[in-house]
Design a protein around this ligand. Structure first.
Ligand code: ATP
Length: 310
């Protein structure tokens, strides 16, 4: 218990989505997870998490993308807030409102973003004043991507993705994200990856020296050449249309394309703002995809309204 007092007014936190510039997947571990080496980048598609004091946990949803998001205690934002209350030994509860813009089940870590936002918001609401690293240890128990979304920027993730260290990255990267009609279940994509690789030697994952060097120099063409995702064949195997979306986007001038995380969102890296608009128009007007989002990265992780995370 801390001596701090709970605020009575709402606390608002803006949290970004992520794209994996590189996702290397090792063999399955004894605990069922896979060891990963991944380079995350936080991008400018945001959910907003608002928290206010309440007698019991409450969750309400609004925004463009709420289909399939649980509106009960199963929501990752509620679970994160409850885990923080428990770890801090306090009895406070919160009403959590999510305004969702991040595609759901799209491989952009929307649920993890909301969990990161709930941790940062409740930390402020309850006057805990815990540093980010302490919040990150709770985050890591709840989901592999959550620690990264507390920090944001561009970072190397290891372990199952929950151990993050910042990566030196120059420049701003312009992205077009092609949204798919349905979602893909992350466990199903990993299972398909294991199935496709059965009988082959899968080495321990390592980040590519080439990508780290390209990010240091800020050369977008070099970065484009080094993007890669070991889950892509599995995502395409489960959702074959993704292969067509990738080909179409490349034919319309994207510098590179890859499935975002476990998919089914496809991420296109483009040369700049104009190229992003051109590609978006081409993909939607030709009917290749139903909807797109443009974003830039890197951006910071979970931010309190009007300032930093803690
Ligand atoms: P990741 O890339 O982290 O594997 P994702 O981006 O593919 O995840 P999410 O949008 O995080 O997928 O949603 C995955 C599932 O998590 C959803 O289908 C939903 O059932 C559940 N979920 C729980 N809480 C949330 C939340 N706050 N927002 C979105 N989904 C949530």
């Amino acid at each position: 218990m801390t001596g701090s007092t709970t605020r009575t007014t709402a606390v608002h936190v803006r949290v970004p989505a992520k794209v994996n510039l590189e996702l290397r997947v090792g063999p399955p571990r004894a605990d069922g997870f896979h060891s990963l080496a991944t380079i995350y980048q936080a991008v400018s598609l945001f959910d907003t998490v608002s928290v206010t004091p309440a007698e019991d946990w409450q969750i309400t949803l609004s925004g463009r993308t709420t289909e399939g998001v649980p509106a009960d205690a199963g929501n990752l934002a509620v679970r994160a807030a409850a885990a923080l209350a428990e770890a801090a030994g306090i009895r406070q509860r919160a009403a959590i409102r999510l305004t969702k813009e991040i595609p759901v089940a799209g491989g952009m870590a929307g649920g993890s973003a909301d969990a990161a936002g709930a941790l940062v918001g409740c930390n402020r609401l309850w006057g805990l004043d815990w540093p980010l690293d302490r919040l990150a240890s709770i985050a890591a128990e709840l989901g592999s991507d959550i620690p990264f979304l507390l920090h944001g920027g561009t970072a190397l993730g290891s372990g199952r993705g929950e151990q993050v260290v910042p990566v030196l990255a120059k420049g701003t990267y312009h992205w077009v994200f092609a949204l798919a009609d349905g979602g893909l279940s992350t466990p199903a994509v990993y299972a398909e990856c294991d199935r496709l690789r059965a009988g082959t030697h899968v080495p321990e994952p390592r980040p590519s020296v080439g990508l780290l060097g390209a990010l240091r120099s800020g050369d977008v063409l070099d970065v484009a050449e080094c993007l890669g995702n070991d889950l892509e064949p599995a995502a395409i195997s489960l959702a074959p249309k993704l292969g067509d979306v990738i080909e179409e986007g490349l034919s319309y001038g994207a510098l590179a394309a890859l499935v975002s995380g476990s998919g089914p969102t496809v991420a296109f890296l483009v040369a700049g703002r104009e190229a992003a608009i051109d590609l978006s128009v081409a993909l939607v007007s030709t009917g290749v995809v139903r909807d797109v989002r443009r974003a830039t990265g890197p951006v910071p992780g979970a931010q309190l309204d009007g300032g930093a995370a803690s």
